[in-house]
Design a protein around this ligand. Structure first.
Ligand SMILES: Cc1cc2nc3c(=O)[nH]c(=O)nc-3n(C[C@H](O)[C@H](O)[C@H](O)COP(=O)(O)OP(=O)(O)OC[C@H]3O[C@@H](n4cnc5c(N)ncnc54)[C@H](O)[C@@H]3O)c2cc1C
Length: 586
């Protein structure tokens, strides 16, 4: 299975041994049977499943909030569900298998078959049991039936009920703002997790018999993304980040000293419509405009703009240089849609972006537009004239966007000034490769050997190859839940086998250090503007979210209760109240 092996393991091993050896760690005798690293959708599913089976679970999360990538995501591909049936769509595992195989081209057949057969019950029904309500259904391109399930909004509405349930379960303890920095290895198996708390810098070792890596993908680690770039495709000079703050491939790093090597690392779900986020350097926003034409650096169209995402992506990633421009006129500007960051919701993003010369060139003629955008004027004028002729004649003889096999609405000619050009860059999104796992979600070493005690789920595994070479069709979130539950079941079975059955179970009392605020919590003493002005490690989400709170002049008691707007929410009750606010921004 492991196709893309990297020759960096020995160095990584030395680095890890050194860092583990030098850490002044305080060993903590945890009462957890299983440690889950990462509280994204996969880690939450794993924790809930393991707890349901009677295990005591410790969840280690680098961020101060759970949810991971799911707060940026939308829909889940689920097969043969009550919603599909109620709308008259007959889906089946066979149909789904065929559709996914055709779309993904080289999906892992075993995992895909398992997912197609089980997602209705294992993902849909299970989530519904936690209170997730899917209300909309749509079809992925080329799918034989609509099977993309969404809630009323983003997939935040899928993870929030999971977080709420996890907070209520007595056997689950969260360690927030805590990064797993290494794994303890003894007798060839995993025996514990080294952690570092970002707010205090304190280092600990938590011993355990089973670890589930649910650390997400590696798409915010641009060095790794570039190193894994698909052979034969030109490397982009500029590549934006469109994935999570903590999606840095730490699962791979943690497992490397055990001999784990990545698989399918060159399968990366890259978006081609990235616009630099003016508020977050290096990161991108996602641009859509069905009215626009796309031109390359020579000023010429290079694709049927109405083709499926797969065709567009292939065409745009084959360009050299890997960048292109969206071109539209004043009428087309009304169809511009920009997404990908919570700040967009509160502002007139169309105006903010279209009037920002760093993001969009604007001019009253195509020639002037070309000069402003740095494109060859004669070629651009000719491209637009040619496209307008295609519109008038009802036939695009270059790429077939207009004509008999037309996909979508007939576009309008570009004639109404002002004209706009927006330069777009490739933008990372999700990993379709990662840790290699076996059918029990056990992490495998480079030679295919099982690493005892180490499991992985979710994007950390590239969702087990279920997407093949083409993602973007709602097939990460569902598989992440599915894999999280499988990893949990096998981890629980392993723990049951190694633990002395006669030993009395220790009650799951969260270690006080796990939840107490850092000594002399600075939050208590200072006002919000002052807190935000300080750059503090471990306060990333507090900073980005409360910058918006300030901008929108939102009242503290809209989201906080009983005076804890000056301290972190500590109790599960407070965190449950806080959860009601997530969908205000996500
Ligand atoms: C913009 C965007 C849109 C998407 N849209 C869709 C969609 O519509 N449908 C779909 O199916 N999929 C979509 N995806 C993909 C999908 O959201 C992700 O694949 C999925 O949410 C991954 O879940 P996960 O739990 O495996 O990983 P993550 O959600 O990345 O969670 C990993 C968690 O682990 C934590 N972590 C990482 N390293 C450490 C460490 N060392 N110690 C402690 N904690 C750590 C992180 O902070 C994070 O909370 C989208 C992705 C993006 C970026």
């Amino acid at each position: 299975m492991s196709r893309t092996k990297r020759g960096l393991v020995p160095l990584a091993i030395i680095g890890m041994l050194l860092s583990a050896a030098c850490q002044p760690v305080e060993p903590v005798a945890t009462d957890a049977d299983i440690i889950v690293i990462g509280a994204g959708i996969a880690g939450l599913a794993a924790a809930l499943e393991a707890e349901s089976l009677g295990a005591r679970v410790l969840v280690v999360e680098a961020n101060s909030v759970a949810g991971g990538h799911a707060v940026k995501a939308h829909s889940l591909a689920l097969v043969d569900t009550p919603l599909q049936r109620s709308r008259g769509f007959a889906d089946s595992p066979d149909k789904a298998y065929r559709d996914f195989m055709a779309w993904g081209e080289d999906a892992d057949p075993w995992w895909l078959r398992s997912y197609a057969e089980a997602s209705g019950e294992q993902v849909h029904d299970w989530l519904a049991g936690l209170g997730v309500r899917f209300t909309t259904l749509s079809a992925a391109p080329q799918a034989s039936v609509p099977r993309l399930h969404a809630t009323q909004g983003s997939a935040t509405r899928v993870v929030v009920p999971m977080i709420a349930e996890a907070l209520r379960r007595p056997g689950i303890t969260f360690l927030w703002n805590t990064e797993a920095t290494g794994l303890l290895r003894r007798d060839g198996r995993v025996r514990g997790v080294y952690t570092e708390r970002s707010r205090t810098g304190s280092k600990r070792l938590y011993r355990t018999e089973a670890v589930i890596l649910a650390t997400g993908g590696q798409q915010s680690n641009l060095e790794l993304v570039r190193r894994s770039w698909k052979r034969g495709q030109p490397l982009p000079a500029r590549l934006l980040i469109g994935s999570g703050q903590y999606a840095t491939g730490s699962g791979l790093r943690l497992a490397e000293p055990f001999g784990a090597a990545g698989t399918r690392l060159d399968q990366q779900d890259i978006a081609i419509d990235g616009l630099p986020d003016p508020r977050r350097p290096g990161h991108g926003l996602l641009v859509r405009n069905p009215a626009a034409i796309r031109v390359d650096a020579t000023g010429r169209r290079f694709t049927n703009e109405a083709a499926s995402g797969k065709v567009l992506t292939r065409a745009a990633l084959a360009l050299s240089p890997v960048t292109h421009w969206l071109l539209f006129d004043a009428a087309g500007a009304r169809q511009l849609h920009i997404s990908g960051a919570p700040w967009l919701a509160g502002t007139n993003s169309q105006r903010d972006i279209l009037d920002n010369p760093a993001l969009a060139s604007k001019a009253d003629s195509i020639e002037a537009l070309a000069i402003a955008a740095g494109l060859p004027p004669a070629a651009l004028v000719e491209t637009v004239q040619r496209f307008n002729r295609f519109v008038d004649q009802g036939m695009d003889t270059d790429f077939g966007r207009i004509g008999p096999g037309m996909n979508g609405l007939r576009p309008s000619a570009l004639r109404q000034p002002p004209f706009y050009a927006m330069q777009l860059y490739p933008m990372t999104r999700a990993s379709m490769g990662g840790l290699d796992i076996d059918h029990e979600a056990r992490v495998l070493g480079g030679a295919g050997q099982v690493i005892q005690g180490l499991f992985a789920a979710g994007e950390a595994t590239g969702v087990a190859g279920i997407n093949g070479s083409h993602g973007g069709e709602g097939s990460f979130l569902g598989p992440a839940v599915f894999l999280g539950r499988i990893a949990a079941r096998h981890a629980v079975a392993l723990v049951a086998a190694v633990q002395d059955p006669a030993a009395p179970a220790t009650p799951a009392a969260p270690s006080p250090a796990a939840t107490a605020p850092s000594a002399g919590s600075p939050a208590a003493a200072a006002g919000l503007p002052e807190l935000l002005a300080r750059q503090r490690r471990g306060y990333w989400h507090f900073g980005v979210s409360h910058a918006l709170v300030m901008e929108r002049a939102a009242a503290c008691d809209g989201c906080h209760r009983d005076g804890w707007d000056t301290t972190p929410a500590l109790s599960s009750e407070q965190q449950l109240v806080q959860l009601a606010s997530c969908t205000r921004c996500h």
